[in-house]
Design a protein around this ligand. Structure first.
Ligand code: ADP
Ligand code: MG
Length: 366
């Protein structure tokens, strides 16, 4: 997508903002959308976050927007109507266009939206301390708590079968059969790694299908940089609602652990650097359970540690599938990048397997 000659100020003016645009600056390290901080005159007015929506990934922008509105309005209503210990929590607020829509389709084919900027906040790409991990866990706990009375199935499934392991394994096996890039012969140990765990990894899907765990509203991108912190390192908001969908709470918990507690980078080639940081796991889990412990079901609560293994497995599987397929989905920055990512996820999973008993002890401490 190319913003080339787009006049960003003119785009902002299509929305119902207060004041006049002072500046528009690129911000954020998100990989999906392009985000800009918009300041306005006179000083003291609200600032805004302008985003160009990645409509190559999110193909149905009206339905995506509808999901975001449903969730943000629900969060706002719950916060307003119910006194709680976290009335400091801020909700993402979409701004309407002058026509009353919550996205703008420009003549060049780009889709735009505007949010109120939650001022005085910052997000972290890396979890720097146990205190931050605790706060991050608490923030996602609050998000799930406030949406717990929403009907998950009322949301549109933006990315179909996103965490459906049966579908992901089926895709993997078909690509292995096809072997379009003739890469399979050198990947036997990775393929064995996947197959030897395939059966146990159906657990969450089966718990969901049998009704043992409820379908909820899930965030589906519980990375740390989607939590906003204030100056006192208190987590005061969760943002990035593009992937809010019906799902299982365990997916959100597991992905936060996968992304937030790895001692190495997601694509680390020196596998001795990759592993789970148990202190961060414990802190995140404590923060999360300080809220979620009050409403999750016993079956959900007893599978938190497992969910971390599951999410690490399924993402590793997707990287490996894309490598075998010729790197069509994830952008690669060097040859075999997807293979390095897959190997790093599999190493992280092994580390979780090695420490699984400790992780289970931690999940039970409330
Ligand atoms: N309403 C907001 N107020 C302040 N900062 C925000 C807001 N929404 C997003 N951000 C910041 O912008 C970054 C990118 O936005 P995000 O919606 O997460 O886009 P992406 O989908 O590209 O990850 C976030 O990581 C966060 O730091
Ligand atoms: Mg983001």
């Amino acid at each position: 997508m190319n913003t080339g000659n787009t006049n960003l100020e003119a785009i902002v003016c299509e929305f119902r903002t207060e004041g006049s645009v002072d500046s528009v600056k690129r911000v954020g390290s998100g990989h999906i959308n392009d985000s800009y901080l918009v300041t306005t005159n006179p000083a003291g007015n609200s600032d805004y976050l302008l985003q160009r929506i990645n409509h190559h990934i999110f193909r149905d922008v009206p339905k995506l927007t509808d999901n975001i509105l449903k969730v943000s309005r629900h969060l706002q209503a719950r916060l307003l109507c119910q006194p709680s210990d976290f009335d400091y929590f801020q909700v993402l607020k979409p701004v309407a266009t002058r026509q009353g829509n919550f996205f703008l389709h420009d003549p060049e084919g780009n889709f735009w939206r505007l949010y109120l900027y939650i001022s005085g906040t910052k997000s972290y790409d890396i979890v720097e301390s146990s205190d931050l991990a605790f706060e991050g866990g608490k923030a996602f706990g609050i998000f799930q708590y406030l949406t717990a009375d929403m009907d998950g199935s009322a949301l549109f499934e933006t990315l179909t079968d996103f965490h459906n392991i049966a579908v992901r394994l089926q895709n993997f096996r078909s690509i292995v059969q096809l072997d379009p890039e003739k890469r399979v012969s050198s990947l036997q140990s990775e393929i064995n790694f996947v197959e030897s765990r395939a059966e146990e990894m159906h657990l969450i899907l089966e718990l969901g299908r049998s009704g043992a765990i409820p379908l909820r509203v899930t965030h589906n991108d519980t990375k740390f940089n989607n939590v906003l912190f204030d100056d006192h390192q208190r987590a005061i908001s969760v943002v990035d609602f593009d992937t809010v969908m019906p799902g299982y709470s365990l997916y959100d918990f597991g992905d936060a652990i996968r992304t937030g507690t790895n001692t190495g980078a997601e694509d680390e080639q020196d596998l001795s650097k990759v592993g789970i940081n148990l202190s961060l796991f414990a802190a995140y889990t404590r923060g999360y359970l300080s809220i979620a412990g009050g409403f999750l079901t016993p079956v959900e609560l007893s599978h938190l540690a497992f969910s971390a293994k599951f999410m690490t497995y399924i993402i590793g599987l997707r990287f490996l599938t894309d490598h075998i397929d010729g790197d069509h989905y994830y952008r690669i920055h060097h040859p075999d990048h997807n293979l390095h990512r897959a190997k790093a996820q599999f190493r992280l999973l092994e580390s979780m397997e090695e420490h699984f008993a400790e992780m289970q002890t931690i999940q039970a401490l409330r």
